[in-house]
Design a protein around this ligand. Sequence first.
Ligand SMILES: [Zn+2]
Ligand SMILES: [Zn+2]
Length: 178
Amino acid sequence: MLTLKLDDIPIEGLELEWKEEPEVLSGYMERLSDIDFRFETPLQSEAKIRKVGQSILIKGGVQTVLQLRCVRCLREFSYPLASRFELTLHPLMGMDLGEEAELTGKELEMDFFEGGEIHLSEIACEQVFLEIPIQPLCQEGCKGLCPTCGKDLNLSNCHCIKEEFETGFSALKKLKLH
Ligand SMILES: [Zn+2]
Ligand SMILES: [Zn+2]
């Protein structure tokens, strides 16, 4: 995992490019979330890092291919992902966190770094996270699994749906007759 010491950032700033293998990342990502996904390719990251007063400005990008599980048909599918980001990290020591109640909404949304270190791998992983859909779909019109027989309706139709529909329809007719 890539960590940068504040003292290692020169006045003119720093440009970095790094790559991390899925095996290294999966352990960390599992702790962050219980979303069902894997890295299919290494995580490729880049960042321009600059000190601005007490804060650190990071402009960067992440790129990878994930394996997600479709919420409808439960199949795994490749999800290429590329995202740009811009972050300002503030030194945690500078904030008086003893009076948490006094923190304004704006301050709570701020990103911090602690102990003069910036954890670049974690920042990159968090950016990947932000890009994962809450309800991943293998394709926009995924038909999902039949709730009755469990067949993948993207591959072939089953007879359950039609029957269910007809039953529902005749139930409706009966209601109207009363
Ligand atoms: Zn699907
Ligand atoms: Zn069915």
